[in-house]
Design a protein around this ligand. Structure first.
Ligand code: AMP
Ligand code: MG
Length: 344
């Protein structure tokens, strides 16, 4: 592919509408468009066009058994992808869409297996972002879209991250400013009974339980044996994407975990000094005064910043797992660290 067009769609108006129209035409013709959502940037193609979807795997260097999320613009469009809906799905759609919740349902025959990584189920989401919504609406079809990064590198939360990874490999990159949530959507398997959280996110297991009025299933992000395989490897094979080391920076990421804040802080400083004495460039990833939401929003961008600064080792302190959004933060931290955990 010779050239990637970078189109600024940050300011609503005639020009932005025309640019989104052009991007939608590219999608209809089988091209690839990177677009902002509230979670991370997505790399979209016509979900019903096998060849176009194949190009996504090529551009990202993504293993082809890793399923993608199909993005829709109206709740009713669930029917284009899922064989059927259920009262549970309708409740969750009503409560959380548009928003960072992905529901896995039995797929219609028309949905290519390339989108679903060979599975008989499809993951569906209605994103809460004006650019994503308008692009999907103008294209008139669901967009299959994984995150718009090279496979294995941190998810992109700014157009600049997409440009760094995919310039020259896709047709259009829409510059829509930074993503305000910053971590990927919560994925919940609606084919399981009770429904099961496959990937934690900003919409928490507790939020979903409150909405449905009954308990659902999920997986602890912390394995009992810290040396064991990556968290979520115990997840059912239904979610093959979870087996890959995602989100990893080039630098070594070390996560310090413990219940006692003073002890973890002391261990952090000891590790920093010890490594710096060996000539290793150390960066610290700390929550500081920031809320969990702000930590999540900035997380991937910080990993990329450290890599750009030439940091060799990133040391982070994990928040105690107390449920809610800490589950999602811990999941992303531990995935990025490849289970490089120091317990104190
Ligand atoms: P990404 O598009 O990079 O945010 O990744 C999407 C993730 O959603 C995958 O890695 C899977 O873990 C999950 N997912 C997508 N489709 C399915 C499906 N049909 N069944 C279970 N999990 C899915
Ligand atoms: Mg991804």
């Amino acid at each position: 592919m010779a050239r990637t067009e970078i189109l600024d769609v940050r300011v609503p108006g005639e020009e932005t509408t025309a640019r989104l129209g052009r991007a939608a035409e590219v999608i209809k013709r089988g091209g690839l468009v990177a677009f902002p959502t509230e979670t991370v940037y997505g790399l979209g193609a016509n979900a019903f066009d096998e060849e176009a979807v194949g190009r996504i795997y090529e551009a990202k260097g993504r293993p082809s058994d890793n399923p993608m999320i199909a993005h829709i613009a109206r709740p009713d469009d669930i029917g284009l992808l899922a064989k059927s809906t259920s009262p549970h799905m309708e409740k969750l759609a009503k409560a959380f869409w548009p928003g960072p919740l992905t529901m896995v349902a039995a797929k219609r025959d028309e949905v290519p297996r390339r989108v679903t990584g060979g599975l008989e189920t499809v993951a569906i989401r209605l994103p809460d972002h004006p650019v994503a919504a308008e692009l999907i609406r103008l294209a008139g079809i669901p967009l299959a879209a994984p995150s718009a990064n090279l496979s294995g590198s941190p998810s992109p939360t700014k157009a600049e991250h997409v440009i760094a990874d995919l310039d020259g490999k896709v047709d259009i990159i829409l510059q829509g400013g930074p993503c305000h949530i910053g971590i990927e959507s919560t994925v919940v398997d609606m084919t399981a009974s009770p429904p099961c959280v496959l990937r934690p996110g900003i919409i928490t297991r507790e939020d979903i339980e409150t909405c449905l009025g009954e308990p659902i299933a999920g997986h602890s992000v912390i394995t009992t044996n810290p040396q064991a395989a990556a968290p979520f490897d115990a997840a059912p094979p239904k979610s093959p994407g979870m087996k890959y080391a995602h989100y990893a920076p080039k630098a070594t990421l070390l996560v310090v975990m413990g219940q006692d804040a003073e002890k973890t802080a002391a261990e952090l400083m000891r590790l920093k000094k010890q490594n710096e004495a060996l000539g290793i460039r150390v960066g610290l990833l700390l929550a500081g005064e920031r809320s969990h939401y702000e930590f999540a929003r900035d997380f991937y961008a910080k990993l990329r910043d450290f890599d750009n600064e030439g940091v060799d080792m990133i040391i982070a302190v994990a928040p105690p797992e107390v449920g809610g959004i800490t589950t999602a933060i811990l999941n992303r931290l531990l995935k990025a660290a490849g289970n490089n955990i120091v317990r104190v």
